[in-house]
Design a protein around this ligand. Structure first.
Ligand SMILES: [Zn+2]
Length: 121
């Protein structure tokens, strides 16, 4: 499963930042995932749950924002959204296009619980 590989990388990065911050628990992870990665949101959630067992991420909320693909046309300069299969320029029909969004796999934010904060809270 493709998503399991993606999530393995994400979880490693999340655990590393959480440990760096001195956290003992990850509360929430927010991701942006481009549709061009062909990852399926449900499968990402499933992989997250399976992989988080026994880690800092166990029980954390996963937020996934799926990002629609966008390209710009190198012929006429148009910028447009499209799906995974139709990348031709809608303005001029050009084939020479450049994907500018939709392949990202980005950790937008991580919320963690850090044990020793100031007692004032
Ligand atoms: Zn064009």
């Amino acid at each position: 499963m493709h998503e399991l590989g993606i999530m393995t990388g994400v979880m490693e990065a999340v655990e590393l930042s959480a440990r760096d911050a001195g956290a003992d628990k990850v509360l929430k992870v927010s991701l942006s995932v481009g549709l061009m990665t062909e990852a399926i949101e449900d499968a990402l959630r499933f992989a997250f749950e399976a992989l988080s067992e026994g880690t800092l991420c166990e029980g954390a909320t996963l937020e996934v924002a799926m990002v629609a693909p966008r390209s710009t046309c190198l012929e006429c300069g148009a910028e447009y959204a499209h799906d995974r299969f139709h990348m031709l320029c809608p303005e001029c029909g050009g084939f020479a296009t450049k994907l500018i969004a939709g392949k990202e796999l980005r950790i937008d934010s991580i919320e963690v619980d850090i044990p020793e904060h100031e007692p004032s809270a």
